[in-house]
Design a protein around this ligand. Structure first.
Ligand SMILES: Cc1cc2nc3c(=O)[nH]c(=O)nc-3n(C[C@H](O)[C@H](O)[C@H](O)COP(=O)(O)OP(=O)(O)OC[C@H]3O[C@@H](n4cnc5c(N)ncnc54)[C@H](O)[C@@H]3O)c2cc1C
Length: 410
């Protein structure tokens, strides 16, 4: 049986190490942090949305076409049901929310329970775990990796599985440097790129920090008044520096791309209809309900705090009756609910993303084994691959599944 080194003790590396050791290989797991699964522990705000309910085709559909095609063999080999069955055997019960997201049973430290289960699995399978062990360089060239450097120390094996994750939240150990080393060895890569991150705005609204806009749609345009590039129907929440929340995270990658390409402009449509029917409805309301205050009308569509602030900005007294509303004021109110201008974004931070887009190019990897093409003893898995799914448990599932195939050494 082979000696195998797994680099990275996160979601993908833990599964890869457990799987390879279960197949009888001698496995050494190297993790830079002082403990395993640091990013897993903070996932889902500590609650760990560990997968998404559903058969593989449904999960694959959540990824881009290329990523879905690449993930097909791994998701079939180790699907969400297999992950849950494995964890259940270790005492981790889960529940599924209405939106399909699966979590460990809600109790404090539930993400830690998932890590503990994986730690038990790897140790029971006989994996030797070395924490505080940051690999500092790769040695060798195609078709064989010769060894890994940990500072002065050289460690060697028959096979190497790289599971070093992405490049966001570097404080969790993921600095993304391995991608540069692979590039240096001639492996095709796509540079790291921000994804699933909050979006800072050129004109943030710190006074609105904590206010959410619900039930509408965040829209990305190519500059002010430019054509619509993308939209995502979900909530946003104002932060001190910009916006966060599900819609902001989902559009962050496209926003940053548009920004770099010369123009990005964000609006939020609390009422995702075009302004004309909303304007017509408001005019109807002026006739049928003339004594209604403008604040009450705005309050139907926007949080009270925001509605009042916007009315004041538009020079309208919140107590003004609809019958007294001038045409200009009416147009401003309609514009605010059908496309509140959030304006230009600032650079979306790679470091604050729930994932990093980019990574080892999928064409360079055999999706049935995770082996790097042109290499005999090198495999990659997890977020180090050019895979970034949406929020909802997809990214951890992709890490578990690709880790499983990487560890499935013959
Ligand atoms: C705040 C946050 C919340 C998230 N919530 C969710 C969620 O609820 N659901 C979901 O599906 N996804 C979530 N994600 C994404 C998910 O955590 C990642 O996609 C997943 O952890 C990737 O697994 P991985 O094993 O590839 O990488 P990681 O889990 O990041 O593990 C990589 C490991 O490699 C180690 N490493 C890196 N370089 C070296 C080196 N040179 N030498 C030795 N070790 C090294 C790192 O220390 C790290 O422990 C979240 C991410 C963040 C940041």
């Amino acid at each position: 049986m082979a000696k195998v080194i797994v680099v990275g003790g996160g979601a993908a590396g833990l599964v890869a190490a457990w799987r390879a050791a279960s197949l009888g290989h001698r496995v050494l797991l190297l993790e830079a942090n002082g403990r395993l699964g640091v990013k897993l522990r903070i996932s889902g705000g500590g609650k760990c949305n560990l997968t998404h309910d559903g058969p593989p085709p449904a999960l694959l559909a959540a990824f881009s076409k290329e990523q879905g095609r690449f993930l097909r063999p791994s998701l079939h080999a180790f699907d969400s049901g297999a992950v849950l069955a494995l964890l259940r055997r270790e005492g981790v019960e889960t529940y599924t929310r209405d939106n399909g997201r699966v979590f460990p049973l809600d109790r404090p430290g539930s993400a830690a329970a998932v890590v503990a289960a994986f730690e038990t699995l790897v140790r029971r399978a006989g994996v030797e775990v070395r924490t505080g062990a940051r690999v500092t360089a790769l040695s060798g060239r195609a078709p064989r990796l010769e060894g890994l450097l940990l500072g002065e120390e050289v460690v060697k094996a028959d096979a190497y599985l790289l599971a070093t994750g992405g490049a966001s939240y570097p404080e969790t150990g993921t600095r993304g440097e391995v991608l540069g080393w692979l590039k240096g060895l001639g492996v095709p890569v796509r540079p790291w790129f921000p994804a699933l991150a909050p979006i800072p705005l050129q004109r943030p609204r710190p006074a609105w920090e904590g206010v959410s806009l619900r039930g509408g749609e965040l829209r990305l345009g190519a500059g002010a008044g430019g054509r619509r590039l993308e939209a995502f129907a979900a909530d946003i929440v104002f932060t001190r520096t910009g916006i966060s929340g599900p819609a902001a995270l989902e559009l962050s990658q496209a926003t940053e791309r548009a920004r770099r390409e010369g123009g990005a402009w964000l609006t939020y449509a609390s009422v995702p209809e075009s302004p004309e029917p909303v304007d017509a409805a408001l005019q109807g309301e002026q006739r049928t309900n003339p004594r209604l205050s403008v604040a009450s009308w705005m309050g139907r569509h926007l949080p009270e705090r925001l509605a009042e602030a916007l009315l004041q900005e538009a020079g309208l007294d919140p107590d003004l009756r609809l019958k007294e509303l001038p045409k200009g004021g009416r147009k401003a109110m309609v514009a605010h609910v059908t496309g509140l201008a959030l304006g230009e974004p600032q650079a979306v931070p790679l470091a604050r993303g729930e994932v990093a887009a980019g990574g080892v190019a999928l064409g360079a990897v055999d999706p049935r084994t995770m082996a790097l093409r042109g290499w005999e003893n090198l495999r990659v898995c997890g977020e180090l691959l050019d895979i970034d799914g949406p929020v909802g448990g997809y990214n951890l599932q992709a890490a578990f599944s690709t880790g499983f195939l990487a560890g499935s050494l013959g």
